[in-house]
Design a protein around this ligand. Structure first.
Ligand code: NAG
Ligand code: NAG
Ligand code: NAG
Length: 362
């Protein structure tokens, strides 16, 4: 087995032979998912209504830019990319890679972000609510386009395969499937529904594996019943039904991923238990340096969880003290804490069977 450094060197040499010199000492990162990881995908979708292209989103981003991130600053995809390699933020959205011809080659080999706010594991999730989102299946189709382009760029299937096998695949999705199914009903009950959801997830992962992916950093579903939007429906606590579904999902993913890693040669994964991580913060805010874990920083109504975060909404000034940015999404500080745990965490409590930094080296 080549060491990680040797692998990177090999890759730089391949690339140099083909006339592209890549200055990087970290493997490419490909990001899939929903609004927890979207860095501007939905800005490119004409009719999509799941958008964060307006204030106060991005207020703590450099130059207070609104980028399409559902956050006051960097989101989980940015924070993980920052910790895993020589990235300042997440790789750019797939759509903007395509449109920026001048930097296409250089950027393509560093990864891409396909995540689309409002999307789900199931292809139908979000499509009616938000008119148009890119579901996980379509995100993977876009990745296959990237794979073709990379193979062409490196002029070698072997070089492309090596590169893609060493890349990290971060996936953060599932919350929207749970929220929508709560309203549309779960035929056969929650257990049946979660089984269908995780089985569909496995099909997607299998497709990614067949396209060359090996290292999967999977982020579980947080306790979405505790986000301000859900607390609106239970003034004394969290919306238990949503949390129950999120816990079922985690358990089911854990056993399916273990099976996958035993079935497919070279399949490696980390599963992040964002449910337990977030619950730890909610139960013990001070120990985690948060002051407010129920009310959103930006929004309106009960818990700032009834109205959207937009100009004119309530906006807190001490954003570092808040767990929630808006009625659904964590603050930059909360995303950073989660990323630190996912990347460097020890022990099986929050990330299993290995942390993301071990996954990167595996
Ligand atoms: C957006 O919606 C309009 C009106 O329904 C439709 O005519 C148009 O084709 C849609 N555009 C895209 C890119 O889907
Ligand atoms: C509301 O919160 C309380 C306190 O945590 C909990 O016991 C109850 O089950 C919750 N109700 C719903 C409908 O989720
Ligand atoms: C990650 O996990 C490995 C294996 O459990 C552990 O040895 C290591 O200390 C953890 N942290 C980092 C930064 O790798």
């Amino acid at each position: 087995m080549a060491t990680a450094t040797q692998k990177v060197l090999l890759f730089v040499i391949y690339a140099a032979i083909n006339g592209v010199v890549i200055m990087t000492d970290s493997a490419p990162i490909f990001v899939f998912g929903d609004s927890t990881a979207d860095v501007g995908t939905n800005n490119h979708l004409q009719n999509c209504t799941a958008r964060a292209d307006h204030r106060y989103n991005g207020i703590d981003f450099p130059f207070s830019r609104t980028t399409g991130r559902f956050s006051n600053g960097k989101n989980a995809a940015d924070q993980i990319a920052r910790l895993l390699g020589d990235y300042k933020v997440s790789p750019p959205p797939f759509f903007s890679l395509l449109t920026r011809k001048s930097t296409f080659k250089r950027n393509l080999l560093r990864g891409a972000n396909f995540a689309s706010g409002g999307s789900g594991i199931l292809s139908e999730t979000g499509q009616v609510t938000f008119n148009k989102v890119i579901c996980l299946g379509e995100q993977i189709q876009q990745f296959s386009t990237v794979r073709r382009r990379i193979t062409k760029l490196l002029a070698s299937t072997k070089a492309a395969d090596d590169l893609l096998q060493n890349s990290i695949y971060i996936i953060s999705i599932g919350s929207n499937d749970l929220v929508e199914s709560l309203f549309s009903g779960q035929p056969g009950g929650p257990k049946k529904f979660i089984q269908k959801l995780t089985e569909t997830y496995v099909t997607h992962l299998t497709n990614l594996y067949e396209l060359g992916a090996r290292k999967f950093g999977i982020i579980g579903i947080p306790p979405i019943g505790c986000c301000p939007a859900a607390r609106v429906f239970n003034s004394t606590g969290c919306y238990e039904e949503l949390n129950y579904n999120a816990r079922l999902f985690y358990g089911s993913m854990q056993s399916l991923l273990t099976e996958l890693s035993q079935t497919f040669e070279g399949f490696k994964f980390s599963l992040g238990n964002t449910y337990a991580m977030t619950m730890n913060v909610i139960d013990n805010p001070r120990g985690n340096r948060f002051k407010e874990v129920k009310t959103a920083c930006c929004g309106s109504g009960l818990f700032n969880g009834a109205g959207d975060c937009k100009e004119g909404a309530n906006l807190c000034s001490n954003r570092g003290d808040f767990l929630f940015w808006d009625k659904f999404h964590p603050t930059e500080t909360a995303s950073e804490l989660a990323a630190l745990t996912l990347v460097y965490g020890e022990g099986a409590e929050y990330v299993t069977p290995m942390n993301f930094s071990s996954l990167a080296m595996a």
